[in-house]
Ligand binder design. Structure first.
Ligand code: FO1
Length: 310
């Protein structure tokens, strides 16, 4: 069975660890958000690709959710002392990857090719694809101004309420090599428990990816990122409330109109199942908090089995 997972953010990376624990990693393709990408100190950073890469290589910092385990911060301390840009914290181990990636991108290599090399170098058997090799950048319009993703998320701690998301470059962006093929060949498509607006939104903003999903002949199952109407971490609940009008599993379902066949929702939200069903989407109630490897694998299995008995 070939499985494609659309993913972004910390929740998506954790979910992918569960997926590769449940099925052969060689059958898994992750299509990853690049709307969060940025340049810091001349380095090309792809936070969501790296979260997936580090998670699947087993070297991610479990608690922080981003970056590498056993990290040290000497370069950052030096940068700070020299008055360099230090608001976006780059660890010593992490920075090594950014230097390699930046160097390869400068030679004209596309992000997908560089990512494939990094994936192989870290011994990861799953396929990791950026949604696009073209620059797509997420912007947030808020009452306090428009901010690039990381300025809003990290520098301003996602405190500004979001009125609108914009994905600069998405209209002209083409899917990266392998993306449409993976969607076409998949037996099952999953949408990770990622933020629908800023993690999955930029992927779906690439028109040919969205239309491939609309025309799918296989089931697509999304996992809700909310538990009891709240986000485990991050701005998903606040965004759902403001942009979708509420934080029930039905509101999550409405983020993916015509795109999903089933939604895995948490036991705490079981009362929403009927409303999800009325939207024509099969509700599957599960324990969705990924607090340890066993929980991650159980959630992955719930998503993988969500339509098996439909
Ligand atoms: N998140 C933070 O909250 N603060 C940081 O300083 C920070 C640095 C950072 C460096 C490399 C990297 O790959 C990710 C980093 N993140 C940081 C996480 C990142 O902003 C978000 O997790 C994602 O962009 C949201 O999906």
């Amino acid at each position: 069975m070939k499985v494609v997972v659309l993913t972004g953010g910390v929740g998506g990376a954790r979910f992918l660890r569960g997926i590769v624990a449940a099925i052969d990693p060689a059958t898994v393709t992750a299509i990853v958000n690049v709307g969060d990408d940025l340049e810091v100190l001349g380095l090309s950073i792809s936070p969501d690709l790296d979260s997936v890469l580090y998670a699947l290589a087993g070297i991610s910092d479990e608690e922080r959710g981003w970056g590498r385990a056993d990290e040290t911060w000497n370069a950052l301390a030096s940068i700070e002392a020299l008055g360099g840009e230090s608001w976006f914290r780059l660890g010593d181990r992490d920075v090594g990857l950014h230097i390699v990636r930046t160097n390869e991108l400068r030679t004209g290599e596309p992000l997908s090719a560089v990512t494939a090399r990094l994936t192989a170098a870290l011994g990861v058997d799953a396929t990791i694809l950026p949604a696009t090799d073209d620059a797509v950048r997420t912007w947030l319009d808020t009452p306090n101004g428009s901010f690039s993703f990381q300025e809003w998320f990290v520098a301003r701690a996602h405190r500004d309420p979001v009125d609108r998301t914009r994905f600069e470059g998405a209209t002209a962006a083409r899917p990266a090599p392998g993306v449409l093929e993976a969607l076409h060949d998949a037996d099952l498509i999953l949408i990770a428990p990622s933020n629908p607006f800023v993690s999955i939104g930029p992927i779906l903003a690439v028109e040919r990816i969205r239309s491939a999903l609309e025309r799918r002949r296989v089931p697509c199952v999304a996992v809700s990122p909310l538990i009891g109407g709240r986000a485990v971490k991050g701005p998903a609940a606040a965004m759902l409330q403001r942009l979708q009008g509420g934080t029930t599993a039905a509101h999550v379902t409405q983020c993916y109109p015509g795109l999903i066949d089933a939604l895995v929702l948490d036991e705490e939200d079981a009362a929403d199942a009927e409303a999800v069903s009325q939207l024509g989407v099969r509700p599957v109630v599960a324990h969705t908090l990924m607090h340890d490897p066993a929980a991650r694998k159980r959630l992955a299995e719930a998503a993988l089995d969500a339509v098996a008995f439909a």
